[in-house]
Structure formats: structure tokens, C-alpha cells
Design a protein around this ligand. Structure first.
Ligand SMILES: Cc1cc2nc3c(=O)[nH]c(=O)nc-3n(C[C@H](O)[C@H](O)[C@H](O)COP(=O)(O)OP(=O)(O)OC[C@H]3O[C@@H](n4cnc5c(N)ncnc54)[C@H](O)[C@@H]3O)c2cc1C
Length: 313
């Protein structure tokens, strides 16, 4: 971690007993997870859009936009930050909140910043930028632009990459190494990831045989770097509860009690980071404390083989 003027502030060396960091493109991770799921016998069907559910005493039927249906004991809504299942559980459920910043990334082929493979770098100062080296040798960076009025992802895409790069270069002028990373970024490598959004607290995580998991119920905003990790944790906890408790009602209740406080704590921390990035906190982005970065919140461990205790019911 550095201060945006080229001065090193701190260095962290991972966690004892855990493997080193690996950087990979999201598409490669998707491919690896999909191949593993298929190998485990999971059936994946593409292009079916859930629009409605029909519930009975013994089960639930998912109704898709093409008119097809699928029946099951329970329906798990893992359908992301604009979840349909969330609204089916509670028509007055809140939707995502804009976090005050637009997200960007880009690729640099030249060596203009320190970038040891397996190391992630953060530079604070007047603006924040993070970067790391990809397996192909290029450096990938991520940064943000504050913006009061939200733009949708589609609106962000309509603005040419050159214009976004100009605005980013203005914002990161004199920033070390932001200025050099942006100067060496070609427009065709710019990734405009759109508005950062988070889910506020969702009052109802489940109803009847329907339950929510992942971004559908606890999207913490991408500045936390935790959304996918939390989604996976929740999926594992929900599976444990369904495995160990006598029925779906007991399982859903225990699952929410095991998860809600943790995901809301991390979501709240990310919201504070976004307020700082958007300049709403009255100063430049504050460097997180080591406790916030690597404290117990991020060293969470779930023992898959342990039975969910009765008191969690
Ligand atoms: C720019 C950016 C950077 C991020 N960086 C990180 C990071 O470093 N670390 C991290 O842990 N997380 C990160 N995240 C967050 C992470 O991507 C999400 O938390 C994660 O993808 C949530 O997984 P999910 O399965 O709950 O939802 P999603 O990945 O959103 O998947 C939902 C799926 O449901 C489908 N769907 C939606 N509605 C329907 C419907 N009606 N019928 C059928 N299917 C439907 C969608 O097509 C989609 O495939 C980042 C996010 C962004 C945007």
C-alpha cells in the first residue's frame, strides 16, 4: 500500500496456511467453475428467465418467460442484484442503491509501476487506484470516478472510451502511479464497469419455500472485493442448514441468523469506502486499517462437516 505520492505505507504477506494469491480473468474463473459444476453432475440451462412462482403445500414451481416450468422442494434465488425472486418474496423489498462512483479498469503492457506476480497493489492519496500483474504479463488496474447523478451501465457504454480516459487522466494527474498507468492505457483496453451499487438491508430473506442467496440479498458493492466471496459463503451455509435441519422453514431461519450480521457488517464497511471515494466523507479516500483489510471479518472459516447447531435454529 502506498500513499499516492510514491511512498510505501505498508506491506502484508498473506495468511499463514493459505495459498498465495492468483490473478485471473473473470471469464477464466467462470469457465473453471462451470466445468467443475458440470463434472459434479450439475445441470445448467441457459436462456430461461424466471418470471413467476407457484407455491403449494408440498413444493414450488418456477415459471419461465418461455412458458416452461420446473418443480422442486425449494427455490433458491441466486439471481443477482436485480433479483426477481426478491420481489416475489416481498413486492416492497428495496432495490440496489447507487454508491456515488463509476468503476473503471484497464490494461497496461509497459512496466510503469511495480507489479510482482501474486501481489496486489493499492495507492491512496487524492484518489485511489489498485493494480496487479496478470498471467500474460500485462498490468490490470482498477479505479473510480465520483459522480453525483448515477449513469446506467448502458449509458456509461455509450460514452467513448477516449472520453472516459481523458476524465480519468485529469482526476489522476500527479497521482503516483495512477498518472503513468492511465497514460499508458490504450482506449481499447478500457473496461467501464458502470455504477457501483449495493443492496441495503433486505427485511425478508425468505418466505415459504423461497429463499435468497448472494447479490440478490447482500450485494456489498464491488469496492469491497467481497461480493462473490460472500455469495459463496452464503451458498455453503444455506446448504449446511438444508442438510442438517428438519425442514426448509427451520433451515431458512437458521441460515439467515448465521449470515445476516456478517454480510451487513461488510456491506456497511464498503459503503463507507464508497462515500470516501465519492468525496462525501469530506476528504481524500482514507487508507483502511489493517484490521479492516485483513481482520477477522476477512478470515472467516466455515466448517462444512460440522453439524449446524440447534441454537442456530
Ligand atoms: C466491477 C466489479 C468488480 C467486482 N469485484 C469483486 C471482487 O474482487 N471480489 C468479489 O468477491 N466480488 C467482486 N464483485 C462482486 C461479484 O461479481 C458479485 O458479488 C457476484 O457476481 C454475485 O454473485 P451472484 O451469483 O449472487 O449474482 P450474479 O453473478 O449477478 O449472477 C446472477 C445470475 O442470475 C441470472 N438471472 C437474473 N435474473 C434472472 C431471472 N429472472 N431468471 C433466470 N436467471 C436470472 C443472471 O443472468 C446471472 O447469471 C465485483 C462486481 C463488479 C461489478
Amino acid at each position: 500500500m502506498a500513499d499516492g505520492a510514491g511512498r510505501r505505507l505498508a506491506e502484508f504477506h498473506g495468511f499463514p496456511g493459505l495459498p498465495a494469491t492468483h490473478a485471473m480473468a473473470r471469464a477464466d474463473l467462470h469457465r473453471a467453475l462451470t466445468e467443475q459444476a458440470l463434472a459434479q453432475g450439475v445441470k445448467i440451462e441457459y436462456g430461461r428467465r424466471l418470471v413467476e412462482v407457484e407455491e403449494s403445500r408440498d413444493g414450488v414451481t418456477a415459471v419461465f418467460a418461455d412458458g416452461s416450468t420446473a418443480g422442486a422442494d425449494v427455490l433458491i434465488g441466486a439471481d443477482g442484484i436485480r433479483s426477481t425472486v426478491r420481489t416475489l418474496i416481498d413486492p416492497s423489498a428495496p432495490g440496489p442503491e447507487y454508491a456515488g462512483v463509476l468503476g473503471f479498469g484497464g490494461l497496461v503492457a509497459e512496466d510503469v509501476a511495480p507489479a510482482e506476480p501474486g501481489t496486489m497493489y493499492f495507492a491512496f492519496g487524492s484518489s485511489f487506484i489498485g493494480w496487479w500483474r496478470l498471467p500474460d504479463g500485462r498490468v490490470c488496474w482498477f479505479a473510480s470516478l465520483p459522480r453525483t447523478e448515477p449513469l446506467s451501465w448502458a449509458e456509461v457504454q455509450r460514452i467513448p472510451a477516449e472520453q472516459w480516459l481523458t476524465r480519468l487522466r485529469e482526476r489522476y494527474a500527479d497521482h503516483v502511479p495512477g498518472e503513468r498507468l492511465l497514460a499508458h492505457t490504450a482506449p481499447d483496453t478500457l473496461m467501464a464497469t458502470g455504477p457501483m451499487e449495493r443492496m441495503p438491508s433486505v427485511p425478508h430473506w425468505h418466505r415459504g419455500r423461497l429463499v435468497l442467496v448472494g447479490d440478490a440479498v447482500h450485494a456489498p458493492s464491488s469496492s469491497s472485493g467481497q461480493g462473490a466471496s460472500l455469495a459463496i459463503e452464503s451458498a455453503v451455509e444455506l446448504a449446511r442448514c438444508l442438510r442438517d435441519l428438519p425442514d426448509h422453514a427451520a433451515a431458512f431461519g437458521a441460515y439467515e441468523r448465521l449470515r445476516r450480521s456478517r454480510v451487513e457488517l461488510i456491506g456497511g464497511n464498503a459503503a463507507a469506502t464508497n462515500r470516501a471515494k465519492a468525496g462525501q466523507a469530506g476528504g481524500p479516500p482514507a487508507m483502511p486499517t489493517p484490521e479492516q483489510m485483513f481482520g477477522p471479518v476477512h478470515r472467516h472459516h466455515i466448517d462444512w462437516h460440522a453439524t449446524v447447531p440447534r441454537e442456530a435454529q
